[in-house]
Design a protein around this ligand. Structure first.
Ligand code: PGA
Length: 256
């Protein structure tokens, strides 16, 4: 796992955008796994400003709320449209987001998995992290082998996301999310975390035991993970001076 600590979220997002831009330039047909949430906003802002060619890029989003239509202002369809897709030249038919109104959810989830496989798998999967360590909407105690499926949000996650909905009772209880097994199939995972609210989850995910009580800790089993942090999110890492030294002394060929 590569841990990159930057002075603030803007600097970390700029570097993460540079990594993704490099992938898109090198492989114009790349398949990207996308995330939503406040953490992704500075990254999508950077990417939108970069004038990259997205025409042949395929995207698969991690998750969506169940029971709200794509036009709902808090749906992840709306989030992606507003914060990334309408600013870039991506083909709408190449963007994939779970359908929160799917009638037969298990069948829909199976088709999503098949579609990811048919696209050749995910080259780079973007991830945020919940204060409890969730990735996608794989809440604590999610199976570490799980595939795309319906999940029930914890009271904490619904509280955390109430800020987007206005009040907690408007936050849906259910979501469709890629599973942890689905995420682990991506060839490169890129996790972003900013702010002191994420410090404990990050310390446990990077330096704690692999446990479904912190689903992000499973990334320790993945061969290629890059974690972009601001100082506040890195605050509880025991080896942060080591991570900093490694980053500052990277050979040129490894630089982002
Ligand atoms: P946030 O969400 O970026 O809005 O903090 C991250 C997450 O819950 O995965």
């Amino acid at each position: 796992m590569e841990i990159i600590i930057q002075p603030n979220a803007a600097a970390a997002a700029r570097l993460a955008a540079r990594l993704l831009a490099g992938v898109i330039r090198k492989n114009p047909d790349a398949v990207l796994g996308l995330a939503t949430g406040g953490t992704t906003l500075p990254l999508y802002g950077e990417l939108a400003a970069m004038k990259l060619d997205w025409r042949k890029i395929t995207t698969f989003n991690l998750d969506e709320y169940v029971g709200i239509p794509p036009q709902h202002p808090q749906s992840y369809h709306s989030f992606m449209r507003e914060n990334l897709f309408r600013h870039i030249n991506i083909a709408a038919k190449k963007t994939n987001i779970p359908d929160g109104l799917a009638g037969d959810i298990p069948a829909w989830c199976e088709r999503y998995e098949k579609k990811i496989r048919a696209a050749g798998g995910i080259d780079v999967q973007l991830l945020g992290i919940g204060a409890d360590g969730h990735i996608g909407f794989n809440e604590q105690t999610s199976s570490l082998a799980s595939r795309t499926r319906i999940k029930t949000l914890t009271p904490q996650t619904r509280k955390d996301n109430a800020r987007f909905f206005g009040s907690e009772d408007q936050v849906p209880h259910h979501v469709i999310t890629m599973g942890i097994g689905t995420i682990l199939d991506a060839r490169h995972c890129v996790l972003l975390a900013f702010g002191k609210n994420k410090a404990r989850a990050i310390a446990e995910a990077v330096e704690g035991p692999v446990t479904s009580m912190n689903p992000a800790s499973v990334l320790q089993l993945h061969p290629k993970v890059t974690v972009f942090l601001d100082e506040a999110a890195a605050a509880k890492l025991k080896l942060k001076d080591y991570y900093r030294w490694v980053f500052d002394n990277k050979p040129d060929w490894q630089k982002i």
